[in-house]
Design a protein around this ligand. Structure first.
Ligand SMILES: [Zn+2]
Ligand SMILES: [Zn+2]
Ligand SMILES: [Zn+2]
Length: 268
């Protein structure tokens, strides 16, 4: 029986698939008010986003929740993947893209820095060994495309990579596409990168929790960065269970708000 293909048209939009920190919200075993909240905006899957570009859908990071995220949004196809960095909460859903090799008629393009490629080659070693596989869909088919600090094109859109610190010894990439920028997993943005983030319509920025952290912006630090960059709108992401959606939003300055899973942002 031929299968009926189901996908939503997201052209011209960015969908935030997950806005939670690495353990997600609710956190396993936690009985706090936010983890027990019935407000859907307090339920946060691991961080990921998808862009509807002229040439197809670009997934930013493959979170361990990617399967439920794509099903929830009824997005049936991913044409290409772009990675911010190689942490587990941004990579380990990759195997769930196995059917894309059939939909695309070839390997799934993965755009990333060398550190991400190394992590994926080690963690998904079965996808790269030369043994004959039992059947065509047994392992993911993947094709790496190296990105650096120069702007690059994917699916008909231009991306400006933004170098950011994620803790003292680790560097990640944020991305600017047109007047929207996605900057997660960072606790310091160097001056040269700040200069690449001016004049934005929308900034999506890491804000883990009220208290400081070794590798993520606190909410207060993120608000200060947003003040300096002055985009028209800022949405905070990668949030822990210490940020209750409604109560936190009520206290934020105008033009700043917590993001939530499923938030759609117009690409400008
Ligand atoms: Zn993360
Ligand atoms: Zn909790
Ligand atoms: Zn990280």
């Amino acid at each position: 029986m031929p299968h009926e293909f189901l996908t939503t048209d997201i052209r011209g939009q960015m969908v935030l698939l997950g806005t939670g920190t690495s353990v997600g919200v609710p956190m396993i075993g936690c009985g706090c008010e936010v983890c027990r909240s019935t407000n859907p905006k307090n339920r946060r899957l691991r961080c990921s986003a998808i862009l509807g570009l002229p040439g197809g859908n670009l997934l930013i990071d493959t979170s361990p929740d990617v399967r439920v995220q794509l099903l929830r949004e009824q997005i049936g196809i991913v044409h290409s993947v772009l990675y911010t960095h190689e942490h587990a909460d941004h990579v380990f859903g990759l195997d769930d893209l196995r059917m894309m090799q059939f939909y695309l008629g070839g390997p799934v393009p993965l755009h990333c820095e060398p550190g991400v490629e190394n992590r994926i080659r080690k963690s998904f070693d079965y996808a790269f060994n030369s043994e004959a596989h039992t059947h065509p869909g047994a392992v993911p088919q993947l094709a790496f495309h190296r990105v650096g600090l120069e702007p690059f094109e994917i699916l008909g859109a231009t991306f400006v990579p933004i170098r950011m610190q994620h803790g003292r010894r680790f560097e990640v990439l944020g991305f600017r596409f047109g007047n929207v920028a996605y900057c997660t997993d960072t606790n310091a943005i160097p001056p040269a990168s700040m200069a690449q983030l001016t004049g934005l319509d929308v900034l999506i920025l890491d804000a883990l929790r009220p208290r400081g952290h070794a590798t993520h912006f606190s909410l207060e630090e993120a608000v200060e960065v947003a003040r300096q960059l002055a985009p028209k709108q800022t949405y905070f992401t990668h949030m822990s269970h210490e940020l209750e959606h409604e109560a936190t939003n009520a206290k934020l300055p105008a033009g700043m708000a917590l993001a939530y899973d499923g938030l759609r942002i117009e690409l400008t």
